[in-house]
Design a protein around this ligand. Structure first.
Ligand code: PBE
Length: 285
């Protein structure tokens, strides 16, 4: 009887440790795979590691959006645990079975919206482009469609052009009342986040079809806001609010003209493959 009891105890102890933070921490070497250091999701994750109890052992590893996605794909191929900084819309939710870790402290906020900001004076200088940027609005599924196409190997400009061609009704709403121009220059600043590669290429294509000579300027997050604030770029469609880019808006908001939301229902957070046995950030401790 005594031996039987011990075996039972050992068994239940074993299975209990499988799902707890100790084993997930060990299994991923206490690493969260991050993206570019300037991303709002990196600031939010540092904050999460401070504000949730007992996460001092964890490290957020700087990387890039594409390297993060590669790490995720490799882990999934081997069915190994991994934790990444993730967001929606993103092609990875279409390609892999993933889940967000619950965030009971609300560090990543609830739903995010994406916003369009332009330099002051654009309305007078380039009224047609201003009108299109002001009227640009689409749904998460639209953005995801372009992202999936790019992920599957289509060049961003081509993926944007096919979406524009297939969605002439939506595009007509954006260009309503905008007159054609004759080779005027317009520049759009963006960061090489998969979502923003998609949106910026689509808006760029629409402006090009209107007659603009469009330049897409790839920058880090801070320099993107600074470029539009200082008039070095004309516009950006890549502001994530109210949480993700709050610090940049605090710094540059006064120098920018806010043209409002261009997409609603976005989200950021810590993301794991569905087979990972935890559901909440609290379980990382
Ligand atoms: N993202 C994608 C960005 C905004 C767009 C969520 C990675 C960020 O965290 O700043």
């Amino acid at each position: 009887m005594l031996v039987f009891g011990l075996v039972l105890a050992a068994c239940s102890n074993d299975s209990a440790s499988e799902g707890d933070g100790d084993s997930i921490g060990k299994a991923v070497d206490y690493k969260i795979v991050g993206i570019e250091p300037g991303a709002g999701i990196m600031q939010a994750t540092e904050k999460a590691l401070e504000e949730y109890d007992n996460l001092a052992d964890w490290n957020l590893v700087e990387s890039s959006s594409s390297a993060m996605a590669t790490e995720l794909q490799k882990a999934i191929e081997k069915q190994e645990p991994i934790i990444v900084t993730g967001w929606t819309p993103h092609w990875m939710f279409a390609k892999f079975d993933l889940k967000y870790l619950e965030d009971p402290k609300g560090i990543y906020g609830e739903s995010e919206s994406l916003g369009t900001f332009v330099r002051k004076g654009l309305k007078d200088d380039q009224p047609s482009a201003y009108k299109v940027l002001d009227q640009f609005y689409w749904e998460p599924e639209d953005m995801e469609e372009v992202m999936v196409n790019i992920h599957d190997g289509t060049e961003p400009e081509e993926a944007a052009a096919s979406w524009v061609e297939a969605n002439s009704d939506k595009v007509a709403e954006w260009t309503k009342g905008a007159e054609k121009v004759n080779g005027e220059k317009i520049s759009l600043a963006y960061v090489a986040w998969d979502s923003e590669i998609a949106s910026t290429n689509v808006v760029g294509k629409v402006l090009e079809d209107l007659g603009y000579k469009v330049e897409l300027i790839q920058l880090d997050a801070g320099p993107m806001f600074a470029a539009v604030a200082e008039g070095d770029a004309d516009a950006m469609v890549s502001a994530w609010l109210p949480v993700t880019h709050a610090s940049y808006i605090k710094q540059y908001g006064d120098q920018l003209e806010n043209l409002g939301e261009n997409l609603e229902g976005a989200k950021t957070g810590l993301v794991v493959p569905s087979y990972v046995d935890i559901d909440s950030i609290e379980e990382l401790k």
